[in-house]
Design a protein around this ligand. Sequence first.
Ligand code: NAD
Length: 719
Amino acid sequence: MKAVTYKSESGLAWLSLDNPPLNALSHALRKAIVDELDRAVADPKVYAIIIIGGERAFSSGADIKEFSGGAFYAEPFLPAVCDALEAAPKPVVAAISGACMGGGLELALGCHHRVALADAKIAFPEVKLGLIPGAGGTQRFPRLVGLENALNLVVSGATVPASMFKGSPLFDVLVENTGANALRDAARDFASGLRKRDTPVRRVRDLRVKHPQAEAFLQFAKTGAAAVARGMVAPLRAIDAVAASLENSFDKGMAVERRIFTELMASPESQALRHAFFAERAASKVDGLGDKTPQRKIQQVAVIGAGTMGGGIAMTFANAGIPVTVLEAKQESLDRGMAGIRKVYEGSVTKKKLKPEDAQKRVALISPSLDYGAASKADLIIEAVFEDIEVKKAVFRELDKVARKGAILASNTSTLDVDKIASFTKRPGDVLGLHFFSPANIMRLLEVVRAGKTRPDVLATAMSLAKRIGKTAVVSGVCDGFIGNRMLDPYAQQALLMLEEGASPQQVDKAIETFGFAMGPFRMSDLAGNDISWHIRKRHYAEHPQMRHMRIADRVCELGRFGQKTGSGWYRYEAGRRDAIPDPEVDRIIDEERKALKIKPRRIADEEIVDRLLFALVNEGARILEEGIAQRASDIDVVYLTGYGFPVHRGGPMFHASQVGLGHVLRRMREFAANPHAEPGSWKPAKLLVKLAAEGRGFDDPAAPASRRKKAAKGKSRG
Ligand code: NAD
């Protein structure tokens, strides 16, 4: 199949891009564009050329699978394709519908004219992969839309409708999307008009970019971008590249763009962002499941419990148009739950995020009930009642009685044993964990917990359902806390130990937030509720009598300081304000506990704080991998990127560790273990970590050849 189909008709050459699903600019497509362009130029009957995509996309941009091989740079390289279009002696018109993004937009900018549907989606998403446009986008776009508009799009990576540029020379014609032929007709009319006008071709490179206060504006843009970039480099370098368009010479501007693009392509930030992109795709591929694994139909859902999680889960399904029954034990709790749901939708309407009629439709999809019989028709039942095994037992016994044959039974438990929960039913093969995160209607992550007896079709159904309801699913085996919360335990332990040793909650939070986390451990705990981890700690103290009590954290909770919901926790919160205010009361508790432990506080460097928090996560992650709880290291990264505010430009904890080198991670862990205040055993390295470090590998690296392994091991024994 050719990637471009060619048709010549009444003096017009139609080049239709045909690389489904989204016309990614693979090497084959690029080559076909240039070949067919040459054919059209050589055809004496042709006076104008139209490049058109499909309904879903003109082109979504580069084929990023090609980044890792040589194909991305293979000739014709995209900049050369754009130059060839621009240099064509006959007018070239881009006919744009659907996604016109990144390299796709650059392709359109290489054309002499653009005709677009008003609802076409325009974007330069390169910054989201730590890059900038590299095929002239930073130079041609400002020549058509001006410096400010260009910066807005290139720096943010945002997607906007083509109609936003109505009146600008970006589009010669903008038409409403009135149906199948709207774009073709408009492009044909426009191109035919060109013959009548017989004007010379207009090249974007010949235009000039002017701005009355360019210097001041660029400075302003840099300050703004730095404030939101959280340490990311690409948005700032994007400004430098667009600024080069103010140069009168297009070629000089292009040279700047090329230099910055090449530099960013090799940056750790871009590697991390690309890893994150592919990691998310990989997470949907589950061992033992394939395209042929049957799936069950999910048309109706029931949720047991209308508390914090039950309400959020119910909204998630209603938002996806799936009817859901919500069951409660008491009328009062049911009313409270439904009122909470309505309040969330009303808030969305007030903020104009949702039309009132759509909010009504969603509420109408949620049916409250006190009767288990109401769950009898559901294809999937999700339990979200109190975190107490006896309560879960009673609920699952009941569900076993009422659920129809073939229904999937799920638990939203955070810490309880899903195998045990499954054993409360006579159908353990139909049971699995669906661990949503709070607020469930917003958070993207869903841990799908595969219990010992979960059937493949049940798991496959859960994975595709996750996609349908807009979640990123990661499969976890059964263990205390699954992937995410289990790793959080040693992370939180380090945060608390550092308070004993000399740090303050605000220093710990600030250090890890500067690294890029959305929130440090103390602010995060105040948001989630300190009582949740206190409850878990108390269970652990009871189960492991030798375990050291985290007295500072326990004392904060003993004072009822559960966090934002009680107005105080690790910080103080004033009514109506979100800022976390440091509180001398907490400092006093910390001070008293240091004295009780006879610890002379020391100044802890931010670097130590960051490494201790991260490497505690990584070591537990390595154990999770070696136990087979997670299928691959990148799945762990996805959990942390989508559910725990790990900075996406660092690629996730496992990728970050591989990037800094597992040997380095191990050395740091040994230093931390030598700290007289270290908790015995807490820095015992996972076997997998030791093995990979010895082989000179990262978590996701394929096995190295034996010769390299020997060298790496030798190097390590010397260090
Ligand atoms: P919650 O206390 O807010 O809600 C629990 C609800 O279950 C209450 O409304 C209660 O009336 C209802 N309930 C209790 N027994 C019932 C029964 N027999 N039948 C019907 N309803 C009953 O608790 P939550 O925070 O929503 O947590 C629910 C589950 O989700 C727990 O297993 C918890 O571990 C898990 N979870 C919580 C979070 C979180 O951040 N809150 C995150 C992930 C998972």
